[in-house]
Design a protein around this ligand. Sequence first.
Ligand code: HSE
Length: 374
Amino acid sequence: MKPFELVLVGFGHVAQRFVTLLEELREPLARDYGVTTRITGIATRRHGRAYGARGLDAVSLAEGVRHGEAVGRAGDGSSSDFIRQIAAKSAAAEESRLVVVETTTLEIGDGQPAIDHVQTSLACGAHVVTANKGPAAFAYRALAAAAVRAERRFLFEGAVMDGIPIFNLVRETLPAVTPIGFRGVVNSTTNYMLTAMEAGQSFGDALAEMQAMGVAEADASLDVDGWDAAAKTAALANVLLGASLTPHTIEREGITPATGLRAVAARKMGRRLKLVARAGREGDRITARVGPEELAEDDLLAGLEGQQNAVVFHTELLGEIAVVQRGAGLTQTAYALVADLVTIGREVTAAERSARRARPPARPGRSRGGCGRR
Ligand code: HSE
């Protein structure tokens, strides 16, 4: 059982939890899915870079980073250069066993440099799993096409509702069912704040709690102004409805202290105010919106308390399908990366098996033209 080589681009809370979760799940992953791993590269924004062909002790490095230590020296060039260098040194890319685990934070201007990380990884023969919403929200079509060309996977389950299956659910379990629209509550920070403000807490205190818990984005205006929800909406619409949206082409309204007052008033009338994300077809266009909506109390979305999220898909064949997330946090997000890794592991193992059965004549290595420095 050859290990998968992992390169971590981004080494914040999510990636740090990912490495400890990999350790915790080491036995079932190997036993049930034949997935073993070796982390050979780590690129961080502020704590340097590390490379070790035989594998790094990522759990100790994560512990060090938590105490302010660096994982290694600051590297020359970008994280994409780092990916290229590792891909060039390792046989894993050629063997379809190199996986880049991308967990940099969402850059709402244009989704970069995460998109570049994904493109470079695929061009260099690496699969990519990411928890960043940017790539699917800004560039899904191009990246999905690049993955097909490269014969590698680009997976991003953690981009929406952490490890709760959304993209995987539709892809793996709903063959021939195409969602025609959806509505949901997809941002935990604002749902927590609306629930707390209904109960009398101030906007500032409720936000501070979400920041202290690490649920709010590093730049919390992404949550309260609806950008995070818009990015998730774009990702969902692009992947599941075949749209070509970006967070900037989605009608968007966030929440303010005044929205809290509306939430209190709505509650008194037996209704609830939620930050609803929705997308659907209008003729041959797909339109999407994020904004506060007053919902009847028996609406599934109205029942979401605190950090809870849900998405309700509309399908022609099966009617409405709802997925509800009751527990959110770092473990759930890290689990999404593990789940995507297992998807890749299964596919690679299956391909290797059928290749062994077919015993094709040896082929020269695939040319990875796009991997070189641009
Ligand atoms: N800031 C995000 C939220 C984190 O509040 O939902 C999860 O994407």
